[in-house]
Design a protein around this ligand. Structure first.
Ligand code: HEC
Ligand code: HEC
Length: 332
């Protein structure tokens, strides 16, 4: 009780002060000479508050105004009174001005919505920048580093970003981010580097069968590219035989098979699906994938036979019986 009373009193007092300042002529005029987006008569206090919002939205250091120099002309060795806040010499300031105009425009449009969330949400720099100057998502940042400086720099950049930003909302460090980077690299032909990224993912998320399976898929693809399909499938066998039981599942060859199927390499896809079904005959998906792939590549009878065989040994399997019924109705 004794603590609560004075702190309530303090809050009321502060609220009153704020009211007086913001609604009276006490609000100090600014001394700005080069405002092009903000209202020229914006009170000094509001101008400062917006500039602080720029800082925090972009994750710039506030101490001694160092972050202001990201946009403004000045020097940490000079007193702040000698900094030139009006100058437009820095590209970042000119870009930031466009950003401020854009943010105003967004908020004006939001204000015109028929119904709004309560309390109203205002878009600020932080909405997109989330505490970083470069708003690109993690995947794009890393692919940019890869294009400019190669795989070693990319891995180092990832580690640094994770060290600095993990736990905040600036970057998405979940497992799919590096999988997506590795996928882009693989599609671009940089398979070796894709594998290195996927191995980094394994290290970060150890133990993760998702990350491990993805690396294995890329390694099989690498074996196929250098020595042909049979070499790739043999690589799978070797890894399967030496792995702990149940650590390598049907999803490795299933994913690879569909990748081949989608990119018009149907014969190879069918071989991969056949192999997967032979390896995991008691799992439904390898049977379904082989059945679907056969059906979709024109081997309709063989496709139907896959589902019929599965249902003969699993008569209560509703997914399979729906699938079969669907194919039969298409067949008419
Ligand atoms: C991300 C870029 C950015 C950062 C960081 C930033 N500002 Fe600004 N500042 C601007 C822009 C853009 C304008 C001009 C706005 C306009 O044209 O309406 C401006 C205008 C000003 C002005 C008015 C200058 C004049 O005479 O026209 C002052 C003063 C100012 N900023 C102070 C600060 C201070 C102090 C900080 C650090 C706490 C800071 N700014 C941080 C972008 C920034
Ligand atoms: C709607 C999303 C969005 C909002 C809100 C936003 N930005 Fe940006 N900002 C971007 C994007 C996207 C880029 C990259 C633009 C490009 O170069 O193509 C960017 C780039 C910038 C850059 C250039 C960074 C560099 O390294 O080149 C600055 C500075 C910047 N923003 C400042 C701000 C400030 C200050 C605010 C708040 C007033 C703000 N932004 C609000 C999306 C946003």
């Amino acid at each position: 009780m004794t603590l609560r009373f004075p702190s309530n009193l303090l809050q009321t007092f502060l609220a009153l002060i704020f009211l007086v300042i913001s609604h009276s002529s006490i609000a100090q005029a600014n001394e700005a000479t080069n405002l092009q987006v903000l209202p020229v008569d914006i009170p000094d206090r509001a101008l400062r508050a917006l500039m602080i919002e720029n800082l925090s939205g972009l994750g710039l250091p506030r101490l001694q105004g160092e972050g202001c120099l990201f946009c403004h002309e000045g020097d940490m060795d000079l007193p702040r009174s000698e900094w030139d806040f009006a100058a437009d010499s820095k590209l970042n300031k000119r870009k930031a001005r466009e950003m401020m105009a854009m943010v105003q425009d967004i908020n004006t449009r939001l204000a015109g919505l028929e119904q709004r969330v309560a309390p109203n949400l205002r878009v600020t720099c932080a909405t997109c920048h989330a505490g970083r100057t470069d708003p690109r998502p993690l995947q794009q940042v890393l692919l940019g580093t890869h294009a400019d400086d190669g795989i070693g720099a990319t891995i180092e950049h990832y580690r640094n970003l994770r060290q600095r930003y993990y736990g905040g909302d600036a970057y998405d460090f979940r497992i799919n981010s590096l999988i997506s980077v590795a996928t882009s690299l693989a599609i671009g032909g940089a398979l070796e580097d894709a594998i290195a990224i996927s191995q980094l993912n394994e290290e970060i998320f150890e133990p993760s069968t998702t990350a491990q399976s993805f690396t294995l898929t890329l390694q099989i693809e690498q074996a196929i590219q250098s020595d042909g399909l049979n070499a790739g499938l043999a690589y799978f066998d070797a890894r399967y035989d030496s792995a702990e039981p149940n650590t390598i599942s049907w999803n490795v060859l299933d994913g690879l098979g569909w990748q081949y199927f989608r990119t018009n390499r149907q014969d190879a896809a069918l071989q991969i699906f056949r192999k997967n079904q032979a390896q995991f005959p008691n799992d439904y998906i390898p049977n379904e994938s082989l059945g679907d792939a056969l059906w979709n590549s024109g081997n309709r009878e063989q496709g139907l036979a896959m589902f019929e065989a599965w249902l003969a040994s699993h008569p209560d399997h509703t997914t399979a019986s729906r699938r079969l019924a669907g194919l039969l109705s298409e067949n008419q």
